[in-house]
Design a protein around this ligand. Structure first.
Ligand code: NAD
Length: 434
């Protein structure tokens, strides 16, 4: 099949490359000239494990190409995906749909023959119908259907998530559109991936409901972690005891500094806004957002307390800046909420991250010191704060680290290490909920 992907970001580039791997012919279009130039030079503009090989293989097989303009690609496409950003709109929490509608208008003028226009971006309920209206207005003669196919991949494991999904959700209005999408995803029949076919609105709500539920699990265990800290319980044991119940499940029950990233913060906000606009309530999600913000504030207090009540003139080695390991994405990373207040109180931050430092430089205060080597971040520091659980930080030379430090404080915001051995080594060790 001929496929066009509008937007070559985390979702568009991964989805496009994976559809090409399925055997389809895919053109990724992006308005960002430098992004397309990089891809044409064979460079991958984002960090996602395995994506470089996947892209290179499909480009050389002639199934994957990149451009800033349609150049006939949309005209020949069976399916055109919209995979542009839907960030939080400044001021009101609503998902900003300007990129989606700009893409829809752009698509409209190029449609020739029957085409399915598919929202892959995370968009509020009603958007697919609005995309339909925008295209119809711009090109009343166009023969097309709209569909919703929300994406559930996770950064860091995006390719395997896409190639072996728990499910594919497809919202359609016609059997013709359903047939096209089923044909597109046919390679997944081999692994019996469930395909949930529904109406447009249900597909759109499914994505927000899934993300809001996962964010709820995180805020829930973070709230429980506070009770554990007050009572001497161990949140790790509590989460295991809960999670082994098949009705609850083990995943997303890790206490930590609160969720961040490009999806949960904006999608929970948009969910609240969407409920308000439709005259219903979303009290659970509102509480989830509040608990998440207070968890980040609690982490600032925890670090301050670990350093004896004041961080002024204390050097803090921060290990990990991205919102999770195996990505360079800094969007809404907990580091952005936790480090600036420490620096405002006089802390000197020396940070290391295996992939995120370039991105972080544009987001964090300019006086953060970046260390290329973990050892350089740690040497002479008063405290280590482990903020993202990259594998590099799981096997630290702890004795060597402690010997090179000025102080002995270790604040483990991801519960990577066990308290007793850390204390036995000589660290003043604290973590979350244990
Ligand atoms: P991104 O910011 O990485 O990429 C978006 C790309 O779209 C950018 O390269 C931008 O230049 C391009 N773009 C914007 N307007 C365009 C236009 N009119 N024509 C062509 N290109 C245009 O965003 P992302 O992280 O890939 O997210 C895309 C969507 O997918 C969002 O709605 C997001 O919520 C959703 N989503 C993201 C993830 C994730 O893990 N990142 C997972 C599931 C769903």
């Amino acid at each position: 099949m001929q496929v066009v992907m509008i937007g070559a970001g985390y979702v568009g580039l991964v989805s496009g490359a994976c559809f090409a791997e399925f055997g389809h012919h895919v053109t990724c279009l992006d308005t960002a000239q430098e992004r397309i130039d990089a891809l044409l030079r064979g460079e991958i503009p984002i960090y996602e494990p395995g994506l470089d090989d996947l892209v290179a293989r499909n480009v050389s097989a002639g199934r994957l190409s990149f451009a800033t303009q349609s150049n006939g690609a949309i005209e020949n496409a069976d399916l055109v995906f919209i995979a542009v950003g839907t960030p939080t709109r400044r001021g009101d929490g609503h998902a900003d749909l300007k990129y989606v509608y700009a893409a829809a208008e752009d698509i409209a003028g190029h449609l020739r023959g029957y085409t399915v226009v598919v929202d892959k971006s995370t968009v509020p309920v009603g958007t697919a119908r609005e995309v339909r209206r925008v295209i119809k207005k711009a090109n009343p003669e166009a023969d097309f259907d709209v569909a919703s196919n929300p994406e559930f991949l996770r950064e860091g494991s995006a390719i395997s998530d896409f190639m072996r999904p728990d499910r594919v959700v497809i919202g359609v209005q016609t059997g013709r559109a359903e047939d096209k999408l089923r044909e597109l995803y046919r390679p997944l029949n081999l692994i019996e991936a469930p395909i949930v076919v529904t109406d447009l609105e249900s597909a759109e709500i499914t994505k927000y409901a899934a993300n809001a539920f996962l964010a709820t699990k995180i805020s829930f265990i973070n709230e429980i972690s506070q009770l554990c800290e007050k009572t001497g319980a161990d949140v790790h044991a509590v989460a295991r005891g809960m999670g082994l119940d098949g009705r609850i499940g083990k995943k997303f029950l890790h206490a930590g500094p609160g969720y961040g990233g490009s999806c949960f913060p904006k999608d929970t906000q948009a969910m609240i806004r969407m409920a308000q606009e439709h005259g219903t309530s979303s009290r659970i999600v509102e509480a989830v957002v509040e608990v998440n913000a207070s968890q980040k504030a609690r982490m600032v207090a925890k670090i301050k307390e670990a350093l004896g009540g004041s961080v002024a003139d204390k050097t803090i080695a921060v290990l990990g800046l991205t919102f999770k390991p195996e990505t360079d994405d800094m969007r809404d990373a907990p580091a952005l909420a936790i480090l600036p207040p420490l620096m405002d109180r006089g802390a000197i931050v020396r940070a290391h991250d295996p992939q995120g430092m370039e991105e972080a430089k544009g987001e964090l205060p300019p006086d953060v010191i970046y260390a290329d080597r973990i050892e350089d971040a740690i040497a002479g520091a008063d405290a280590i704060v482990l903020l993202t659980e990259w594998n590099e930080y799981r096997g630290l030379d702890l004795a060597g680290a402690l010997a090179s430090m000025r102080g002995n404080v270790f604040v483990d915001l991801r519960n990577v290490y066990d308290p007793e051995p850390m204390r036995a080594l000589g660290f003043e060790y604290s973590c979350v909920g244990r």
